[in-house]
Design a protein around this ligand. Structure first.
Ligand code: ADP
Ligand code: MG
Length: 232
């Protein structure tokens, strides 16, 4: 069963269309990379998947039990987030917010937070202050937080923006581990077309006049990839 099914979707703000003819399917276990130039509507599509924005045409449907609450989301980073005055454990635990009953987090919530810190090898940072960490460590913490919420889908919007090449490679390796070893369905917006084409299972390339959706293998043979790669 498809996790996300998108048919001829149109996205707009007021009367301005930012993306049209969006058609693609995300199945369980897929790793979809969304690429395309700035302003092509990638983040807007992410908001539509999260249910924060409605589509103005076409159909966006979700598989059984997939709602905003089942999606772990790592937003594009802002300066405000970098200064968050909380411990690593508190930040990761806040990923369980939608499951919190009453005022306090349950033992289960805390176990989920610890498990995800172990998976991402940040448990030793548990009591450190989030804002004192390096950019790469902070991104791992936010990833662990997103994993606490991700029951069906992990959604990432340009997660490596601002990270150096070594930290970026580590982070990508982690995403692949989450996809392959933990069996999590992943949708990631990325600027890095070459990485996407060689590591994702599917590519959605967004353009003003419509989007191109294909398996990564077919995408690598496409004209659109050839043109882009040539220009890069
Ligand atoms: P991308 O993530 O691919 O860079 P966005 O989805 O952020 O693109 O933006 C797509 C287009 O929509 C851009 O032209 C942008 O200026 C416009 N846009 C984004 N957010 C808003 C908003 N809240 N109100 C009006 N226009 C917006
Ligand atoms: Mg964006």
């Amino acid at each position: 069963m498809a996790v996300i099914e998108c048919k001829n979707v149109v996205l707009s703000y007021e009367n301005t269309v930012v993306a049209r003819n969006l058609s693609f399917t995300v199945n369980e276990g897929d790793f979809l990379c969304i690429v395309g130039e700035n302003g092509s509507g990638k983040s807007t599509l992410v908001k539509a998947i999260l249910g924060l924005k409605s589509v103005t045409g076409g159909e966006l449907t979700f598989g059984d039990g997939v709602t905003g609450r089942q999606i772990g989301y790592l937003p594009q980073q802002t300066t405000a987030q970098k200064d968050f005055p909380a411990s690593v454990f508190e930040v990761v635990l806040s990923g369980c917010l939608s499951e919190k009953k009453g005022l306090f987090y349950s033992k289960d919530n805390k176990r989920t937070a610890i498990d995800n810190m172990k998976k991402l090898e940040i448990e030793p940072l548990k009591n450190r202050c989030y804002r004192e960490l390096s950019g790469g460590q902070q991104q791992r913490v936010l990833l662990a937080r997103a994993l606490c919420a991700a029951k069906k889908l992990l959604l990432l919007d340009e997660p490596v923006a601002g990270l150096d090449p070594v930290v970026t490679a580590d982070f990508y390796a982690l995403i692949e581990k989450i996809n392959r070893e933990f069996g999590m369905t992943v949708v990631m917006v990325s600027h890095d077309l070459l990485y996407a084409a060689s590591h994702a299972s599917h590519i959605l390339h967004m353009r003003r006049d419509g989007a191109f959706f294909a398996t990564a293998e077919d995408y690598r043979k496409s004209d659109i990839f050839g043109t882009f790669k040539g220009g890069a």
